[in-house]
Every structure is written in structure tokens, then in C-alpha cells.
Design a protein around this ligand. Structure first.
Ligand code: DQA
Length: 147
């Protein structure tokens, strides 16, 4: 199967950005680890990080043409603001898991609302970088069940 891993704004700073909140793992480490895991299990995984909303939207649109089976997304700050990314992901009708490194519910009230959670297959938050691997493991299971 084909998986797409998407990261929203400021995730490129991982490793140096507020490490007490987001940890020391870098974006490159996360991407490399997930891609390796996917390959080891006979799957494909591509990834994109962008600070621009339209790039994430365009990538989601392209995912449908590429027959991506499942998306793992950390929309980062766009979680709390972006009707447009929500609409894109609903528009292509590809199932997805929402991931956050931090436990957003323990943080400022403006982080408690997500434009994605009510339409996600599942949500993982507060487990740090490991959350992405858990999401991929679950996504692989889901894709197997639906094929
Ligand atoms: C985040 C949580 C968001 O509130 C924040 O804007 C981020 C990262 C997380 O992974 O914990 O940039 O999505």
C-alpha cells in the first residue's frame, strides 16, 4: 500500500524547537524511520513538510491521483485554524490519522479544538515522535483490513 506522511508549519524546526515540549528527534529522523518501516513491511511512504497551507492542500489533492491509501498528518498550527486543509482531505476521501507530538489537551485552550479530529480515523497526541510510528502501524493494519 501507499502512505503519505504530512507535516505542517514549524515542524521543520523539530529537534531544536521547544525541546521540552516537542523532544529532540528531528523531522529527518521521523521521515527516515517511517519510510524504512514502511519498506520493511512491503509498503511505500512519501512525505512532505510545508509551512504553506496551499502546498499541503495541493499535496493532498495529488494523493488521490497517486492512489495513496492512507494519510498520516500532523497539521501543526493549521490543526486549529484550517478549514481549507480539512476540506481538502475530505474532498479526496482518503482515511487519515491525526498526530501531535505534544498533548494538546494539556496546553493552551486554543490548542484544544481541532478541525480534523471529528473526521479522522484516530488521533494520537502526547506520545512524542513515537506517535508517528504507532500511527503508521495502525494505518498498515487498517489498509490490510480494507483490501
Ligand atoms: C503540534 C501541536 C500544535 O498545537 C502546534 O501548533 C504545533 C505542533 C504537535 O505536534 O504537538 O506546531 O501539532
Amino acid at each position: 500500500a501507499s502512505f503519505l506522511l504530512l507535516h505542517g508549519p514549524n515542524i521543520n524546526l523539530l529537534g531544536t524547537r521547544e525541546p521540552s515540549v516537542y523532544g529532540y528527534t528531528t523531522l529527518a529522523q521521523i521521515n527516515t524511520e517511517l519510510q524504512a518501516y514502511a519498506h520493511e513491511h512491503g509498503h511505500q511512504l512519501s512525505y512532505l513538510q510545508s509551512n504553506a497551507e496551499y502546498e499541503l492542500i495541493d499535496r493532498i489533492h495529488a494523493a488521490r491521483d497517486e492512489a495513496i491509501d492512507f494519510i498520516i498528518i500532523n497539521p501543526a498550527a493549521f490543526t486549529h485554524t484550517s478549514v481549507a486543509i480539512r476540506d481538502a482531505i475530505l474532498g479526496v476521501d482518503i482515511p487519515f490519522i491525526e498526530v501531535h507530538l505534544s498533548n494538546v489537551h494539556k496546553r493552551e485552550p486554543f490548542r484544544h479544538h481541532s478541525y480534523f479530529s471529528d473526521v479522522a480515523v484516530g488521533v494520537i497526541c502526547g506520545l512524542g515522535a513515537r506517535g508517528y510510528l504507532f500511527a503508521l502501524q495502525s494505518a498498515i493494519e487498517q489498509v490490510k483490513q480494507h483490501k
